[in-house]
Ligand binder design. Structure first.
Ligand SMILES: [Mn+2]
Length: 201
């Protein structure tokens, strides 16, 4: 990751035991003003789950200027008649010093401030499958230096209490996760470690 980026990113991904392909898809992009990250988990696993999660990620890629709320709505509208998807979307706005996120279904987002305050989001229930549904987008103040951990439901609750998530180096977070988490995954697993650092004056 180039040092010109405001957000460093490291990704760990592994398919469910016995599967070749992971059904989770993800995307991230930093522009001058914003950082966007999304994980989509297609219901079921393997090839077909991958197909529907990739559809949603492609929609997000081509609408990356939209707000989190707009992104969820667009994704939902494109899923009519298709396999459902759970999704998490995080947007960091560097200028306004805020971040917004929403997750529908089991995509988790955890934020950690430099003074080690961990906050775990509560996802909206259900999944996206083309039906209109109510959902919440949360907006919070961006601190000067923060970690964000976004993960699909292959990551277990007990694995999230580890102190290596406080690490300032995102590659060492994913490496430590790989070494300490259960090697055999009961579900497709994606864990994205992100660190936002303000430029030194
Ligand atoms: Mn899953």
């Amino acid at each position: 990751m180039s040092s010109e980026n405001k957000v460093d990113v490291s990704v760990y991904q592994k398919p469910k035991k016995g599967n070749y392909q992971c059904g989770d898809s993800y995307f991230y992009r930093e522009t001058e003003d914003e950082f966007l990250c999304a994980i989509a988990d297609g219901l079921g696993s393997g090839e077909f789950a991958k197909e529907s999660s990739q559809i949603v990620i492609d929609i997000i890629k081509s609408n990356n200027q939209a707000t989190v709320e707009q992104l969820v709505k667009v994704c939902n509208s494109q899923l009519q008649g298709k396999r459902g998807v759970v999704i998490g979307i995080l947007k960091i706005n560097f200028k306004n010093k805020i971040y917004s996120f929403s997750s529908i279904g089991n995509i988790g987002i955890m934020s950690i401030t430099d003074d080690k305050v961990k906050k775990r989001s509560i996802p909206n229930a259900g999944y996206l499958a083309g039906y209109q549904r109510a959902f919440k987008v949360r907006t919070e103040k961006l601190e000067s230096n923060m970690n964000f951990i976004m993960f699909s439901d292959g990551v277990l609750d007990k694995e999230l209490s580890q102190c290596f998530f406080l690490n300032k180096n995102v590659d060492s977070i994913t490496k430590a996760y790989e070494q300490t988490s259960n090697e055999i995954k009961a579900d497709d697993t994606t864990l994205i470690a992100m660190r936002y650092e303000t430029e030194s004056p």
